[in-house]
Design a protein around this ligand. Structure first.
Ligand SMILES: [Zn+2]
Ligand SMILES: [Zn+2]
Length: 296
C-alpha cells in the first residue's frame, strides 16, 4: 500500500454523489447531508459532473457558467450540516483525450478536496470517437484510456473503473480482458492514482459493483488504494451497500479504505470504520428519538 496519512478516528465518507446541476440527479444537497448523517458517516463529498467546453455532452452536466453556482451549493450544504458533519467539494471530471488543458484550469479554479477521473464510454462524443464496431476492441480502448487518465496526474482516483462491462454485458468476459486490465493496473499503480469501488454498479445492466471482485484483487496485489463511493443521484442512496463494499474489499485482501482531504489521501482501517459507523448510527438515532420525544 502506498504511503498516506492517518486520521485520528477512522470515520467513513461517501466520496461520490451528484447535484441537480447535472440534469439527471434529484434532491437538494441538504437532503444528501441528512441521508449521510443517518448513515453514520463523518461526511460526504460532492462530485458532480465537470463542466466541459464546446457543449461536450452538455445534456448530462452543469454548464461552464454554473461552476460557481455548484461551489456555492456545496458551501451552503456545508454551512447548514449538523455539527461535526463534513461536506467536501469534489468533482467528477471526464477524461477525454485533448481535454487535459481545460481540466487543469478547471481544477485550479476552486479549492477541491477530491477529483474523480471518469472514462464515460457511453456519452455520444466518446462513442463517436472510439467505437469502431468491435466490442472487444472498444473494451481494450477503455482500459487503455483508464491508464492514460491516471498518467495525466489530473485525478486523485478513477471512478467506476470497469464501467465498460455494461456496454454489451453479454460480451463481457473478464478472462478475455485480463491482459489489458493487468497492463492498465500496472500503469495506474506506477502513477500512484487511487481507484474507486462504486457501489451503484449493482443497479446497472451488468449487476456488480465497479470494479468486480477479480479486478479488485488485482488492484490489491498492486497496492492501489481504494475510495468507496455510492455515485448517488438521489439522496436515499448515500452510503448504499457500504457494508457489502467493506466485505468485498476485505475478500479482495484490503485492510484499509481511503478518503481524500485537500487532495491528499488518508487511509482508514476497514475494521475500525465499520465499528465507528455502527456506533455513530446508534448514537444519532438515539439523539433524534430524544429530540422528537414529547416534552423535550
Ligand atoms: Zn461517472
Ligand atoms: Zn457519478
Amino acid at each position: 500500500m502506498a504511503e498516506g496519512g492517518e486520521t485520528q478516528t477512522a470515520m467513513m465518507f461517501d466520496s461520490h454523489m451528484h447535484t441537480p446541476l447535472c440534469k439527471h440527479a434529484y434532491g437538494d444537497p441538504e437532503e444528501y447531508v441528512q441521508s449521510g448523517w443517518r448513515a453514520g458517516l463523518a461526511g460526504i463529498v460532492f462530485t458532480c459532473h465537470s463542466p466541459m467546453p464546446d457543449r461536450f455532452s452538455h445534456h448530462v452536466r452543469m454548464d461552464p457558467s454554473e461552476y460557481e453556482t455548484y461551489v456555492g451549493m456545496v458551501e451552503r450544504a456545508a454551512d447548514t450540516a449538523p455539527e461535526g458533519f463534513e461536506v467536501r467539494l469534489g468533482l467528477e471530471s471526464d477524461f477525454f483525450p485533448g481535454m487535459e488543458e481545460w481540466l487543469t484550469e478547471l481544477h485550479g479554479r476552486v479549492p477541491l478536496h477530491y477529483v474523480l477521473g471518469s472514462v464515460h464510454w457511453h456519452i455520444p462524443e466518446y462513442r463517436h470517437a472510439f467505437w469502431k464496431g468491435d466490442i472487444v476492441e472498444f473494451q481494450r480502448t477503455y482500459f487503455r484510456h483508464l491508464a492514460d487518465s491516471a498518467e495525466t496526474g489530473l485525478f486523485d482516483s478513477l471512478a467506476h473503473p470497469d464501467l465498460v462491462k455494461n456496454a454489451e454485458p453479454d460480451f463481457w468476459n473478464f478472462e478475455r480482458m485480463r491482459g489489458e486490465i493487468e497492463d492498465a493496473l500496472d500503469r495506474i499503480a506506477a502513477a500512484g492514482t487511487a481507484m474507486e469501488l462504486n457501489t451503484s454498479g449493482v443497479n446497472k445492466v451488468y449487476p456488480e459493483m465497479n470494479p468486480g471482485p477479480e479486478m479488485l484483487r488485482m488492484m490489491c496485489e498492486r497496492g492501489i488504494p481504494v475510495v468507496i463511493g455510492s455515485d448517488s443521484h438521489v439522496p436515499e442512496r448515500v452510503a448504499a451497500d457500504f457494508e457489502t463494499a467493506f466485505d468485498v474489499l476485505e475478500e479482495a485482501g484490503y485492510e484499509s479504505v481511503s478518503v481524500f482531504r485537500n487532495r491528499k489521501r488518508e487511509d482508514l482501517k476497514i475494521a475500525e470504520v465499520r465499528i465507528n459507523r455502527w456506533e455513530t448510527i446508534g448514537r444519532r438515532a438515539e439523539e433524534a428519538a430524544e429530540a422528537a420525544a414529547p416534552g423535550h
